[in-house]
Write a protein that binds this ligand. Structure first.
Ligand SMILES: Nc1ncnc2c1ncn2[C@@H]1O[C@H](COP(=O)(O)OP(=O)(O)OP(=O)(O)O)[C@@H](O)[C@H]1O
Ligand SMILES: [Mg+2]
Length: 486
């Protein structure tokens, strides 16, 4: 404060008092005062507009009326924020408290005024004004942050009342300030979220948690639900006995709706894929039956007729060209081929004898075709434990797993099992072959390989199952598919 210039405006109509004040100000050491003096209220208002002053000294009674107070009010109305000290006669003292309450910095008795009293009063007024200004600036900054925040903020006090709320929160919920502050904030919460929130809030209050974060639904004024990411904490300094909690609310409705839409479309896609696979299986069954019943039956009839003819010829020489025996053999090959295609499309054994019999049959067939490979097959499950609709899925997964074993593994042993364990059905096919680098196959962007593994996974998951593949170079390959028993 020392050597600081202080601009003072003295509103005083009495020349003697003016000189007195002027002398006193001159005698205050360590200060430099720029003193301006005006005699009337209207002059004071003009002067205040023209020039900034650090402090006003106003004569409380300029005429016969207490003009000082009126002038004080007008100065404030005109936007002047400088501190004001009223100078009064001895009989004006009783109004001191009343005037001070209105925001006047000090009230000095002109008859007793001393330089050190004036100095202390001015210093206090100027310092106080500075502190006030800093406080106001800081509050304005805080308010700017509070109301400018894109996230909703509320201070929730006793009985869950909103003590303070920012613009973002009110906009999100669609309430005006007064309406929102009258509400019990808890009542806006979805009933299903209330219990969890209550528990977390208690833990916060009791000091078990520093803060908590939870996804909630709040009811907007337009009766629509808003999904919100809520973070709740207590103010820093008053943690021990906090009067209110800080609620920060982020509107995530759009994100949740997009997620829900994605889940819905995923569900629809799964239904569609299941339908597609079911249709495919039906078609396969139909084509297999048609092949067997029409072409297969016709071929058998042709073969029978040819054999009959050959019998009747009794060894007589045949005309030149292809012999009847060759034709019979060709018919037999075509019959076999037709049967193979039909079985591949849909083995009738699956419908006639069930899954376990089909798996045993596939294993025998596999060993017959790939005579160097030994297949070990174990079951810890009963036929009736496998849901009908799952049977064909297990069959297809196994079919592809064995195809891969034959095509890629270069091994001599494969172990497979089907079991029921811990409420799940599990199929496992494991070989001791050359295996493969999974990163190369799945992560390499140029990989344009087969569809077998992807198909196995898709089929497994369509029935709510889980498909796990384990492989590594020279470490064999194992596929595991598990399905919950419904
Ligand atoms: N049992 C296995 N042993 C070694 N490598 C395997 C085995 N199973 C799969 N693979 C590797 O994984 C790749 C992908 O297998 P996937 O079944 O998806 O395709 P594919 O068998 O090549 O072709 P598709 O099944 O479409 O006829 C194979 O090309 C092979 O490199
Ligand atoms: Mg394959």
């Amino acid at each position: 404060m020392k050597n600081q210039n202080v601009r003072v405006l003295l509103v005083e109509n009495n020349d003697h008092h003016y000189s007195l004040i002027q002398d006193m100000l001159l005698n205050i050491r360590g200060w430099r005062f720029d003193l301006d003096r005006v005699p009337t209220c209207s002059d004071a208002l003009k002067e205040a507009k023209r020039k900034h002053h650090d402090v006003y000294l106003l004569d409380y009674r300029l005429g016969s009326e207490p003009d000082g107070l009126k002038l004080f009010k007008e100065l404030r109305l005109n936007g002047s924020s400088a501190p004001i000290i009223l100078l009064t006669d001895p009989d004006g003292r009783e109004s001191k408290i009343h005037v001070m309450r209105k925001g006047v910095s000090d009230f000095l008795d002109k008859s007793r005024i001393m330089p050190h009293v004036l100095e202390r009063s001015i210093r206090y007024a100027v310092e106080h004004a500075k502190i006030l200004e800093a406080l106001q600036e800081s509050e304005a900054r805080f308010r700017g942050v509070f109301h400018g925040a894109a996230i909703g903020i509320a201070l929730i006090g006793a009985k869950r009342r909103v003590v303070e709320s920012n613009t973002a929160l009110r906009r999100m919920l669609g309430y005006g300030k007064k309406e929102l502050h009258r509400l019990d904030f808890q009542k806006l919460l979805h009933p299903d979220d209330a219990k969890e929130n209550k528990k977390l809030y208690q833990e916060l209050i009791s000091g078990k948690r520093e803060h908590y974060q939870v996804v909630n639904r709040y009811l907007r004024k337009n009766r629509q639900w808003m999904w919100a990411n809520l973070t709740v904490s207590l103010p820093l300094k008053s943690k021990e006995k906090s009067q209110f909690a800080i609620f920060m609310v982020e509107d995530i409705t759009e994100r949740m709706q997009a997620k829900e839409a994605l889940r819905e479309s995923g569900k629809k896609l799964r239904i569609l894929s299941t339908k597609l696979l079911e249709t495919q299986e039906k078609e396969r069954k139909l084509v297999a039956q048609e092949l067997h019943d029409s072409i297969g039956a016709s071929l058998a009839a042709i073969k029978y007729a040819l054999e009959n003819k050959l019998d009747k010829m009794g060894g007589a020489p045949e005309p030149e060209g292809i012999s009847l025996e060759q034709l019979i053999s060709m018919a037999q090959e075509t019959i076999d081929e037709c049967r193979r295609i039909s079985t591949d499309l849909r083995p009738s054994i699956l419908d006639d004898l069930g899954l376990l019999a089909t798996i045993r049959w596939i294993c025998r067939k596999f060993e017959r075709i790939y005579s160097a490979i030994r297949v070990e097959c174990r079951f810890h499950i009963k036929e009736k434990d496998v849901p009908e609709s799952l049977k064909v899925i297990i069959y297809r997964v196994l079919q592809e797993a064995l195809n891969n074993v034959a095509k890629h593994s270069g091994l001599d042993y494969v172990y497979l099992y089907l079991e029921k364990k811990n409420g799940k059905i599990e199929l496992s096919v494991e070989d001791n072959g050359r295996g493969f680098d999974m990163d190369e196959v799945f992560i390499h962007k140029d990989y344009a390989g087969g569809m077998g593994l992807a198909g196995m996974k898709e089929r497994t998951e369509l029935f709510d199952g889980q498909f796990i593949l384990c492989s590594g170079k020279n470490a064999g390959t194992r596929i595991r598919a598990t399905w919950p028993i419904r």
